[in-house]
Design a protein around this ligand. Sequence first.
Ligand code: MG
Length: 268
Amino acid sequence: MQVAHRGREFRATGVAGNDRMIIRKSREEIGKMREAGRIVAGVLDMLVEHIRPGVATETLNRLADEYIRERNGVPSFLGYRGFPASICTSINDVVVHGIPGKTRMKEGDIIGIDVGVILDGYQADAARTYAVGEISEVAARLMEVTRRSLQAGIAACRAGNRLGDVSHSIQRVVEEGGFSVVVQFVGHGIGRDMHEEPQIPNFGPPGRGPVLQPGMTFALEPMVNEGTYEVRVEDDGWTVRTVDRKLSAHFEHTVAVTEGEPMILTLA
Ligand code: MG
């Protein structure tokens, strides 16, 4: 989701002072999100064999939409604030929110695919970045660092930690990997709605923000750039691209805070 204020300003504030209500879910509700998440993960797994040179992104969108509906899910992105497709397909310098269309994947591309599903009134949201054929060393490293930053964020989703601990864990992995964190877009709470409180920046100091409690459910989604952190939304109102046209990667899971280990809800 896009933050209400611009990067530099937001960096100063981080998550401190965000005391709006975070909705905690019951065990039953988390179970429903887990079922929605199973479909999301199924889409991302199913698409693997279709991620290859020459395949158009609208084909991926059609396959995903069919997969979701065959399982009685609803693609949550379709029609969201007018978004025209069921998934987002973001190639190379597109950070997030790429619109599927006639564009065909080419050897050496990386493509981020973001999927959201509603099932029985509850939502799950996840994304992966895939290699199209053989990719460059820097592209592979960017994907690996982004994936690891998500894992670090998930590991910090423990009762008693603060939200800033999650943000900071992600930022540290990204910056130690030599890449930069997008600040204009952030992760989010999720549940009955796709975007609930809190906003979850992928950066900021540890030890700040709300204390995590069992039943909180978050979509963590580091967006990581090869070059500058700066991004721009294109004239279509959706496509977010790096300002320097260098690569960007995106991984996302929906996660529940529990009494013990963090629970990933978007697994097959
Ligand atoms: Mg999301």
